[in-house]
Design a protein around this ligand. Structure first.
Ligand code: ATP
Ligand code: MG
Length: 220
């Protein structure tokens, strides 16, 4: 079983939204997926309550021992991918999620304040020697701010592709208990999330995470 953790102490950066989008994209690809929700805010559980579909399962956890037990149980049940959604803190629970992850994704909005706020999470990931990638989320169509953010993140580590644009479909999907690829199958948001899932899958399965600088030069 692979474990993917969405982590960053910066609130509202898109951990839960991307967790849901990626989980459903993976399911549509035939994978057996479950959530471990390590955030008392319960965004994923509330999404699941709105969802008229028993999958993916959501297991809520309140401490590190519960994360351990949940992962053992899910693996025994034949789950192929467990996605841990964490709270916007640098607490012990988030740290434990990091230690269990084959890959940590750090969603980051393209602003200096958001990038700075992700640094303590990055430090924790490095301390535990885990693999990670930033995901630029809620991006504008183009502009200097985006290129500068991509350049900054590339200097700190791997930046996943593609960037995920700011699109209402993500919010509407979350509000209706759907993954964005279910909500607006043909939309640009769905395309990006499917492509991001393919990127994540490759990194999970191949195990390698070479630095791939790809920030476009700012045309400004
Ligand atoms: N790419 C996007 N386009 C539009 N809205 C988005 C996008 N990503 C996230 N959002 C919206 O931004 C808000 C915050 O996202 P989300 O709850 O996923 O962040 P989070 O990091 O999980 O927050 P928290 O730290 O509170 O758990 C939500 O309203 C969500 O729908
Ligand atoms: Mg969240």
């Amino acid at each position: 079983m692979y474990v993917l953790a969405l982590v960053t102490q910066k609130g509202g950066s898109g951990k839960s939204t991307l967790a849901v989008g990626l989980a459903v994209a993976a399911m549509e690809n035939g994978e057996r997926v479950a959530f471990v929700e390590a955030d008392p805010q319960g965004t994923i559980s509330k999404w699941k309550e709105r969802r008229g579909n028993p999958f993916p399962r959501v297991v809520r956890v309140a401490d590190s021992a519960e994360i351990e037990r949940a992962l053992v149980r899910l693996e025994a049940e034949g789950i192929w991918l467990a996605i841990i959604d964490t709270a916007a803190t640098n607490n012990a629970l988030a740290a434990h999620a990091i230690t269990k992850a084959d890959l940590c994704l750090i969603p980051t909005r393209p602003s200096p304040a958001d990038i700075e706020a992700a640094i303590p999470t990055l430090v924790a990931i490095r301390r535990f020697n885990r693999r990670f990638a930033f995901v630029l989320n809620q991006t504008p169509p183009r502009g200097c701010r985006l290129s500068e953010a991509a350049t900054s993140l590339n200097s700190l580590g791997v930046l996943a592709l593609p960037y995920v644009g700011q699109r209402n479909d993500h919010q509407d999907a979350l509000g209706t208990g759907l993954g964005v690829t279910e909500f607006a199958q043909e939309g640009r948001a769905s395309e990006e999330v499917r492509e991001l899932w393919r990127w994540v899958l490759k990194k999970l399965v191949e195990g390698s995470l070479d630095h791939e600088p790809h920030a476009k030069k700012a045309a400004c």
